[in-house]
Design a protein around this ligand. Structure first.
Ligand SMILES: Cc1ncc(COP(=O)(O)O)c(C=O)c1O
Length: 465
């Protein structure tokens, strides 16, 4: 005999909940359908300027863009407080992969809004945390990676911190970590050291010893591989048994959208295996966006995945690791796993990734990349001194504007913003303009409309020295 229904099950089965969900999604869809790209309303620009000034005072620093959202949007379109409606092609740096105000997701989130708690944490979680962990592990193991465990957390930096803690405990006595030059790993006290950006370390004490290995350089394919191997070998010889692991982005994100061929990673990973140094793939930016759900799956590096972190478009971040790395009780815990809505959204996103034809050479992500790339190539042919590229993989797309200086990229980004396309910078020397579009909802029309704006802005700008 079935157990009597729980109160939660009865609540969610109540016809009023279904009816309210139908009405709410209908309302969201109706209002969102009125949105189209448009310039700011002059009656509202002053008010937004005041709010931004107040916010800058409160934060102690101004925002990169004069962006305060109204809360409305539709797919790539987002409405701001000044009444402008822009194409969001950066999605909070890769977070809103499902697009703005996705009505299907709104319906999915109603049970999360009705749930008993806003936040879930290690002491008290609801069943959806378990289900999300189960689904992430299943996806990560799909092609044979030995990733048996999943620890949820609420930021990419925390997921990476947890990964490093696991690795240090596994390699007892180690004090150092290996990383790629030009890496980005987060902004905590430790990850500031791994992140290869002097600016981020100003005034910060050294909290960890990091040994850098040059990333792949496409301009000198074979030499680059040999050089990286030599540097890695030298670090390992100089500090025997001292490295907890090698943290790798398989496509460098913040560093400027640099990828590398499988052979490059295989050579490095084989050497690491020889020295028993664990391999840690940081997929916080790449997860979901390359031609397989994980970049390590696209590159067929499943055998080397000892620890993997995900974040951004997963809404909830996570550290995945194999049985042999399972840490002792007490090492990992935190008050917040994430919000109930984020956990439910994460599960919906994983489902969409699975159900839609997004992955593979013929998948939607490859098609989105090709559509942007074709437009950027055409623009390069028209104005070879104004744009070069494209770069990146799948749903990570970039071009280099003008001479690749930081000023040139910043200028283009602000001009694009004013004209109605939101993008962001990646890398230095060259600085690139990059796009992380909402690929789960993005239409070809949205790509074309954004690219028309990009064409106009680039062609209207003078060449700078
Ligand atoms: C590769 C990579 N690792 C870690 C992080 C840190 O994630 P978070 O900003 O959520 O702490 C980022 C963020 O951009 C990232 O791109």
């Amino acid at each position: 005999m079935d157990a009597p229904k729980l109160i939660a099950e009865q609540l969610l089965a109540d016809p009023r909940v279904a009816e309210a969900t139908r009405l709410l999604t209908q309302a969201v869809t109706e209002y969102a359908s009125q949105l189209s790209a448009q310039a700011a309303d002059p009656q509202r620009t002053e008010e937004l300027r005041h709010l931004l000034n107040e916010y800058a005072n409160l934060r102690g620093n101004s925002l990169f863009f004069p962006y305060l959202g109204s809360g409305a949007g539709r797919s790539a379109l987002v409405e701001l407080l000044d009444g402008s409606v822009k194409y969001d092609m950066i999605t909070g740096i890769g977070v809103h992969a499902m697009g703005h105000a996705n009505p299907e997701l709104v319906a999915e989130l109603i049970p999360a809004v009705l749930a008993d708690t806003v936040m879930q944490g290690n002491l008290q979680q609801n069943v959806e945390s378990l289900k999300l962990s189960r689904e992430l592990v299943a996806l990560a193991k799909h092609h044979g990676a030995k990733l048996d465990h999943c620890f949820l957390s609420s930021s990419g930096a925390m997921a990476n911190e947890n990964a490093l803690k696991i690795l240090f405990q596994h390699r007892l006595g180690s004090q150092r970590v290996l990383a790629f030059e030009n890496a980005f790993a987060g902004r905590s006290m430790v990850l500031n050291q791994v992140t290869d950006r002097p600016k981020n370390r100003v005034g910060q004490p050294q909290t960890m010893a990091v040994d850098y290995v040059p990333f792949y350089d496409a301009r000198s394919d074979v030499d680059s591989l040999h050089h990286s191997l030599r540097v890695l070998e030298r670090h390992v010889e100089r500090f025997p048994d001292s490295h907890c692991g090698f943290i790798m982005e398989l496509v460098q994100g913040e560093g400027g959208y640099y990828g590398a061929p499988r052979e490059f990673f295989v050579a490095l990973c084989s050497l690491l295996r020889k020295h028993n140094i664990p391999i840690f793939f940081d997929e916080i930016q790449t997860f979901g966006r390359t031609l397989q759900p994980f970049a390590f799956q696209m590159l067929e590096l499943d055998d080397y995945a000892d620890v993997v972190t995900v974040g951004k478009m997963t809404q909830v971040c996570a550290t995945l690791f194999g049985e042999k790395l399972n840490p002792k009780h007490g090492l990992l815990s935190q008050t917040f796993t994430s919000s109930t809505t984020a956990i439910v959204a994460a599960r919906w996103i994983l489902r969409k990734m699975k159900e839609g034809a997004f992955y593979g050479e013929e998948g939607r992500i490859a098609a989105i990349h090709a559509r942007f790339a074709t437009r950027f190539e055409k623009l390069h042919q028209k104005a070879p001194d104004k744009i070069s590229g494209p770069w990146g993989v799948g749903g990570m797309i970039a071009f280099t504007p003008f001479n690749g200086s930081a000023e040139a990229a910043k200028n283009v980004l602000h001009r694009l913003y004013d004209a109605g396309v939101i993008a962001f910078v990646a890398g230095q020397n060259p600085a690139r303009v990059r796009f992380l579009p909402p690929f789960l909802s993005l239409t070809d029309q949205e790509i074309d409309a954004a690219c028309d704006i990009i064409d106009d802005v680039i062609l209207s700008l003078e060449i700078q020295d």
